[in-house]
Design a protein. Structure first.
Length: 220
């Protein structure tokens, strides 16, 4: 049985379009569009740590700054996924969080909602994907409701321990139960596309290379 580290290593070697095609081939959903990369240059991949934000005081326990629990429990194989769908304009992620996450080696953050301090995240080269940007602080507006609970990103429910890959094309969520078969399909598709690219570089007409073969690319 593959470990989390092995799955993450394999996921980092493919891109979102190959994974999207793999999901299509398996009749699975997982693509979230409209969450652009606001900072960092690299594609990110990892196992998800989730954070749910809301209005009002946290339901239990001593107050903590939002997302700090996720950062302190995460590492290089993790991506933090934040739901900030309160309707209140307030940053669900910020510059000090990017600094803390980078110090822990965390791969990146994905925010369904606004992020702030994006210039600091850019300076840190820490990857942040966010629905929108703001200067407004979370203080007095929103708070962390829970860490590692199901959250909603786009139209998808994301559970703790799911996998994510994100680049400039999309953010894609893959469930723990499906990561093995999705990766196998994505690797097969990526290998086929690389072979086609080699043929194009070698001078073979692109219409010949991409004709029937391309349309059959998703077939097992």
């Amino acid at each position: 049985m593959s470990s989390v580290a092995e799955f993450v290593t394999r996921l980092r070697k493919v891109d979102c379009c190959a994974v999207s095609d793999a999901l299509d081939s398996l009749n699975l959903k997982g693509v979230v569009s409209g969450l652009p990369q606001r900072s960092g240059e690299d594609r990110i991949a990892g196992q998800v740590i989730t954070v749910k934000l809301g209005v009002g005081v946290p339901p239990a326990g001593p107050p903590r700054h939002l997302c700090t629990t996720a950062i302190e429990t995460g590492g290089s194989d993790n991506v933090i996924v934040v739901e900030q769908r309160t309707g209140v304009e307030a940053g669900g992620w910020g510059g000090l969080l990017s600094l803390g996450a980078k110090a822990r080696g965390i791969a990146g953050a994905i925010v369904e909602g606004p992020a702030r301090d994006i210039d600091q995240s850019i300076e840190l080269a820490f990857p942040v994907f966010a629905r929108s940007l703001t200067a407004l602080t979370a203080r007095g507006r929103i708070s962390e409701q829970a860490t590692n609970v199901p959250v909603k990103i786009g139209e998808l429910i994301v559970s703790p321990g799911d996998y994510v890959i994100a680049d400039r094309s999309a953010v894609i969520i893959i469930s723990q139960a499906e990561i093995g078969c999705v990766l196998a399909a994505a690797e097969r598709i990526a290998a086929k596309e690389e072979e086609m690219a080699k043929q194009i570089r070698a001078g073979r007409p692109i219409g010949t290379v991409m004709g029937g073969n391309y349309e059959q690319l998703l077939n097992h």
